[in-house]
Design a protein around this ligand. Structure first.
Ligand code: FEO
Length: 172
């Protein structure tokens, strides 16, 4: 049984996942604009992953017989200082999402909503991976510094990232 408060919180997180997708699509567009097609690819894969996250919330709310309520999506930033700045913003955003997921788990525990708690565990694990990926790329970008050839090598590495679709309602 989903409480009204939990239902609203899940709808809100669905909105935030779509904002995440929108943010990374904006970073992809910016990367393309400055000639970093590998970075653009990495962020477009991230966009696709975020849409899967959003759909997990969408399906879960539907599965419990409630109505998904879509809200306005905030506009993302469109300019970034550097590739490093983009990934620092990405990490900061993911830390914000992690906090939100943890708050949802806290609410599920408080309400003894075991089903929602289990549903959210996938996201708890996913957030560890997301932050680890961002930290890894930030470390590489700090090593790259202002070296253009090293940046292009990293761009080639990020070009190799592939989106692996998994059904939204199943664990990835
Ligand atoms: Fe949906 Fe990047 O967390």
């Amino acid at each position: 049984m989903l409480s009204k408060q939990m239902e609203a919180a899940l709808n809100d997180q669905l909105n935030k996942e779509i904002y995440s997708a929108y943010l990374y699509m904006s970073m992809s567009a910016y990367s393309t604009h400055i000639g970093l097609k590998g970075f653009a690819n990495w962020f477009m894969v991230q966009y696709q992953e975020e849409m899967i996250h959003a759909m997990k919330f969408y399906d879960y709310i539907n599965d419990l017989g409630r109505q998904v309520k879509l809200m306005a999506i905030d506009a993302p930033p469109i300019e970034f200082e550097s590739p490093l700045n983009m990934f620092e913003k990405t990490l900061k955003h993911e830390q914000f999402v992690t906090k939100r997921i943890n708050n949802l788990v806290d609410l599920a525990i408080k309400e003894k909503d075991h089903a929602t708690n289990i549903f959210l565990q996938w996201f708890v694990t996913e957030q560890v991976e997301e932050e680890a990926n961002d930290n890894d790329i930030i470390a590489k970008l700090k090593l790259v510094g202002k070296k253009g050839d090293a940046l292009l090598m990293l761009d080639r590495e990020l070009a190799a990232r592939v989106f692996t679709p998994t059904p939204a309602s199943q664990p990835a």
